[in-house]
Design a binder for this molecule. Structure first.
Ligand SMILES: C[S@@+](CC[C@H](N)C(=O)[O-])C[C@H]1O[C@@H](n2cnc3c(N)ncnc32)[C@H](O)[C@@H]1O
Length: 308
């Protein structure tokens, strides 16, 4: 890890553990191990968003392809394993390029390397960037239609104001374009507890502690924290926490962060936006909602937005 990134990680950890309530920013869940664990979560039948979105995508991709037209540039935000984009690339008429944007550098490179041989006519560019701030793409996109793709319900990791800010930044980055966004509107609490609980999710969230130990030299016991999930109202969301099993201390250089038994630190939040609420949010960010597709059981939605 480069010195600047390590410094930023250490600063975020110190600020988050000093704050009340305590938080560890979810962005730091995503290194190669985090990405691999997340892929296993996607393959698990308990985690509903992936299966529901994957089932919706072929029909959606077909319609989107008709609206977007030939020679499009596709820019995926949080591309991860770049699996879902295959459905879009297959449906689009001779797509010109694919830019995969992700914070998980090594995993990003490996995913694009795996995808590229299957699409020799599509120019592929991995872009390692943090969409939590402004993003500049390394390629101009003004020679054809532009389609942003933001699947996997990652927009839900942002509270409404922050989600609005992110959508506005995507608009600034992409210019005249469309954006296809995955949004989880699920209200079924039992389903949410099943999707966000379990051993794989626990390992995924504890990975941030493992990273702190390995990359920052923090003195802590990852197994001293249990993964716990809570569904909260207003705004409706799932919060993931690491809860101290007995008294725990996290030491980072000269700082000691003490947890009494049962004290917790929040590691991630997943907001669940119903279609109307998400459409209103997108409009506030300067997008025009064009279409929405809803899973038959109301467990996933895909929104197509356009700039003009
Ligand atoms: C929930 S996964 C979704 C992966 C894939 N798009 C899918 O739908 O299955 C979120 C992805 O976004 C990436 N990510 C998370 N926070 C990010 C950030 N702030 N900037 C860029 N990428 C980020 C992660 O590395 C991960 O690959």
């Amino acid at each position: 890890m480069a010195d600047a990134a390590r410094e930023a990680f250490a600063r975020a950890v110190r600020a988050g553990l000093s704050a009340r309530p305590r938080t560890l920013p979810g962005t730091w869940l995503w290194d190669e191990a985090g990405s691999v664990l997340f892929d296993r979560i996607c393959d698990s039948p308990d985690y509903h968003p992936t299966g529901r979105e994957t089932a919706l995508l072929p029909a959606v991709a077909f319609e989107v392809a008709g609206l977007v037209g030939p020679r499009a540039s596709v820019v995926e935000y949080g591309s991860g394993a770049s699996r879902k984009v295959r459905t879009l690339l297959d449906a689009l008429d001779r797509p010109a390029r694919y830019l995969a944007l992700d914070i998980s550098r090594d995993y990003l490179a490996a995913s694009v390397a795996r995808l590229a041989p299957d699409y020799p006519a599509v120019a592929m560019t991995p872009v390692c960037a943090d969409y939590g701030g402004p993003v500049r793409l390394p390629v101009r996109l003004d020679d054809g239609p532009v389609l942003g793709f933001f699947p996997g319900t990652s927009i839900g990791n942002f509270a409404p104001d922050a989600a609005q800010g992110l959508l506005a930044r995507i608009r600034d980055t992409l210019g005249p374009s469309r954006l296809l966004v995955g949004v989880d509107p699920t209200r079924d609490e039992a389903r949410l507890y099943r999707s966000y609980g379990g051993d794989l999710m626990a390992a995924f969230h504890r990975n941030i502690l493992v990273r702190m130990r390995r990359e920052l030299g923090a003195d802590l016991d990852p197994e001293g924290f249990a993964h716990a999930v809570r569904v909260e109202p207003e705004p409706f969301r799932v919060e993931a926490r690491l809860v101290a099993r007995g008294a725990q201390t996290i030491r980072l250089d000269e700082d000691a962060f003490v947890f009494a038994d049962g004290e917790s630190v929040r590691t991630d939040t997943s907001h669940k936006y119903p279609p109307d609420a998400f459409r209103a949010l997108a409009e506030r960010a300067g997008w025009r909602p064009e279409r929405v597709w809803l899973d038959p059981d109301g467990l996933f939605s895909l929104h197509l937005l356009r700039t003009e």
